[in-house]
Write a protein that binds this ligand. Sequence first.
Ligand code: FAD
Length: 408
Amino acid sequence: MTAYDVLIVGAGHGGAQAAIALRQQKFAGSIAIVGDEPDPPYERPPLSKEYLSGDKSFERLLIRPVAFWAERDVALLLGRRVTTMDPVAHTVATDTGETLGYRHLIWATGGAPRRLVCSGHDLVGVHTVRTRADADRMRAEMAGVAGAVVIGGGYIGLEAAAVLAKAGKRVIVLEALDRVLARVAGEPLSRFYEAEHRAHGVEVRLEARVACIEERDGYVAGVRLADGEVLACEMVVVGIGIQPAVAPLLAAGADGDNGVAVDGRCRTSLVDVFAIGDCALHANGFADGAAIRLESVQNATDQAAVVAKALTGMPVDYDAVPWFWSHQYDLKLQTVGLSIGYDRLVVRGSPAARSFSVVYLKGGAVIALDCVNATRDYVQGRRLVVERSVVDPAALADAATPLKELAG
Ligand code: FAD
């Protein structure tokens, strides 16, 4: 059995950044990353954007060039999945029959896309977008597709819809709630994106209920709605969230449920086991301490840094400011903070001019901003979020006043 000082499970964003940060902190012990995908760590965000559209090659998605890992003495054990772990023996077992030992384990497995449960959910032509393989399958089929139905009006679904619409496909977005982006953004942002997609020829259907996927000769032929209407299409993209990939950890006794519970230093309830990224359920100060999972590059990177510091004798608590982005058409959305629990919002700038920000307030304090083609607000608004500045809403609404002039 090979044992490592640090064994990282998951060769995605968090796993890669943990190894990079450890070496940056001069960690001299052995490091291995076990990953179930065949590729070295790569960035996922372009999978629903520039990679899906063919504007970016896979090589440009790599988090580090292939040679980097050997140069930094980080073993990449790819194409194998950790199926069980033994927290007492400090070992994990893989689906290829190996047992690997660890002194410290970092669990960075992200999540698996939620799938539909109705009939037809597994037909050829039904896609999720989580891995390179997913995006490659979609790209390979796209040429033969005239119509596509996107199920789920969250960021990934809307980004995929934008790529498909730009490629000249007939696109319908089905959203179960009464507005797109309902779980992550305020109504002005939802209505803006709904209108943008419509302006690009996308049909957006709200409060839509999917009954099943219709089949013809083993392929997708359409989506049947609960009221019996069938929307003919050759491709279905399902973007309805993820299920954190934590089963082996929970089976080994780690606390958690929707994710694995971690403390302020990303430690799970199992000795010497950390968890980071999309799968880590943590108390977030920007959500008033509520236990949440964040699905963002920022969170994966910053939690990786927290673990690297803990393992190199410089422990710090995780308190990074959340930020996120989304690209659709020529719209660049940048968000900072978390809008969870806001009680008031202010629109600053002009949605009609396609450059504006939504500022979220709670108890009078700024807690988050969603900035559309408004990078200056995004950069300057960060301080308002960090300081939870109490600002007059009328001043926030005045786009002529730079946000930096409103900071305490
Ligand atoms: P991942 O990067 O998903 O890595 C986890 C890895 O672990 C995967 O390779 C997985 O296959 C592997 N794995 C799982 N279980 C096991 C196991 N048992 N054994 C071995 N390996 C395992 N974030 C942004 O901030 N901005 C964006 O615009 C944005 N766009 C996105 C678009 C798409 C299409 C997707 C899918 C994500 C996007 N995200 C975006 C989210 C961001 O990519 C994730 O938050 C980030 O990748 C999380 O890193 P992670 O390490 O937690 O998980």
